[in-house]
Design a protein. Structure first.
Length: 195
């Protein structure tokens, strides 16, 4: 379901994401699912649509420190109480806890789509812009909101984004400092899946 979406009744021309793709409101009922084209994902930021996860098609959340300095879009999260966290700015749902296991980049790309968590099976490795969206530079290391993402190790986390100049490298977010880098895909790093 999309952010705020429920099964059954809907209004107007609303859209929502389901585990299988995009649904539209037709005559007060959610329509049959339309799968997103290859390379696109269902973006939950209203209105839900199929979009390219490599680009932020939603407002970028900012920490309280940044908002105090004039930035818009204060970060906001909902602990769903089921090992997931929903970002109220982007509409993304995140795996709350990370495993101690580390993965090569290829393993990370393969792992997330096999994850079934709280009934959802459309998990994926986040793009670098999606992963960067949960960085909170107002926090000491790790640079992430520890209330909603407890026990996050201050380490590099893989993203699904390859380096454009070298297919043997991929981008990651360093949660010690909140910065992004790229490195060889054979390295071993933790991951946090998103949907």
């Amino acid at each position: 379901m999309g952010v705020g979406g429920t099964a059954g009744v809907c209004q107007g021309s609303a859209t929502q994401c389901s585990s299988n793709g995009l649904q539209a409101c037709t005559n007060g009922q959610w329509s049959v699912v339309t799968a997103c084209s290859t390379g696109l994902v269902c973006e939950r930021y209203a209105p839900a649509t199929c979009g390219n996860p490599k680009w932020a098609e939603w407002p970028v959340p900012n920490s309280q420190v940044d908002v105090n300095a004039g930035a818009p879009n204060l970060e906001g999260y909902v602990d769903n109480g089921d090992s997931t966290v929903t970002d109220t700015v982007t509409g993304l749902m995140w795996q709350q806890l990370v495993q101690a296991t580390t993965y090569s980049w290829v393993q990370a790309l393969s792992y997330c789509p096999t994850l079934t968590l709280v009934g959802y099976s459309d998990w994926r490795l986040p793009s670098v812009i999606e992963l960067e969206s949960i960085v909170d530079l107002g926090q000491p290391s790790p640079s992430i909101n520890g209330t909603y993402f407890p026990s996050t190790p201050p380490k590099y986390f893989w993203s699904a984004t390859q380096d454009a100049s070298s297919p043997s490298q991929a981008w990651f977010v360093d949660f010690r400092t909140g910065t992004t880098y790229f490195s060889g895909v054979s390295g071993s790093n933790p991951i946090r899946c998103v949907r």
